[in-house]
Write a protein that binds this ligand. Sequence first.
Ligand code: FES
Length: 78
Amino acid sequence: MPVQLTLCRRCTRTRPEFRRTLAQLTSNYPHDLAVEELECMAACDDVPAIMIETDYYPRVPPCELIRLVEARLTAEQV
Ligand code: FES
């Protein structure tokens, strides 16, 4: 079962480094990561915010996005 990553398309589209990192993650984990992009995830004060499954993470820089996603993927494989 893929790990669900949810983010706001509107808030991240003006962040090219974040978008590149997201593209890299989806390329690296095509079967393990399911990305859902919402038009607003009601986190406009915490941009860019993400959810991994039901866990909420505010103000996530690209390097932290990689770390959080890979940590969850590793935990899911145990
Ligand atoms: S418009 Fe992006 S979280 Fe609200």
